[in-house]
Design a protein around this ligand. Structure first.
Ligand SMILES: [Mg+2]
Length: 212
């Protein structure tokens, strides 16, 4: 495990290293692809003043079907979201969990295959320079290791930054975000980054990912 000074990611509904229960993919086994998805401006409508409670959450049109299409073509889904209001003392991780619980419910209500396999967040304010906070790649590093461990029934033994060697191939994976900071995180991790229009979100780039 990396030292605390790296400020590692947090995980919705569980501690970072708890084994992850994965639902089967709709069309069979996993070939290693992960779609790393930013949240605001990709899955839901963003706001300059943050999404502060479940009532403020609005899923962008077509997002549930896009997530389902990714899973149907073999992607595991890993949300990676900067959530500095926690570190700024505006609200708690429990509040964020309630927002994410509602997000999961709204997605599944519209498409039963729109399942988010893993939700990671960085609670740190920007001035920490946290490894977990995009543009740094800590959340993507954790997401890959947690999902791979779950698929292989291995223990989670997270490594970050230069401590993590022999990294798996990310050439069939993708990171989608609406901002430069997401594209920087993709670059720093070593995965293809696709920037979407924040008014359209994931459906804006889904055909570029699926190639149709
Ligand atoms: Mg965003």
């Amino acid at each position: 495990m990396a030292c605390d000074c790296m400020h590692i990611p947090h995980r919705y509904d569980d501690s970072l290293s708890t084994p992850l229960d994965l639902l089967p993919l709709p069309n069979g086994s996993w070939g290693g692809k992960i779609a790393y998805l930013d949240r605001d401006g990709v899955l839901n409508k963003g706001s300059e003043n943050y999404i502060n409670n479940p009532d403020e959450l609005v899923i962008l049109p077509g997002v549930p079907d896009s997530i389902a299409a990714l899973r149907e073509s073999g992607f595991r889904i890993c949300v990676v979201t900067n959530q500095s209001p926690i570190g700024r003392g505006l609200w708690t991780s429990e509040n964020l969990d309630s927002i994410h619980e509602k997000m999961r419910m709204l997605l599944l209500e519209e498409n039963s295959n729109a399942h988010l396999d893993l939700i990671l967040y960085s609670p740190y304010p920007p001035w920490y320079g946290a490894w977990a906070r995009k543009p740094n790649p800590g959340m993507l590093e954790a997401g890959r290791q947690i999902i791979t461990a779950a698929e292989n029934n291995d223990e989670i033994n997270l490594k970050f930054g230069p401590e993590w060697i022999n990294r798996p191939d990310e050439s069939s994976s993708v990171m989608v975000g609406d901002r430069g900071v997401d594209m920087d995180a993709a670059f720093n991790f070593g995965v293809r980054g696709l920037q979407c229009d924040p008014e359209k979100g994931l459906p804006d780039v889904i055909s570029m990912i699926l190639g149709d």
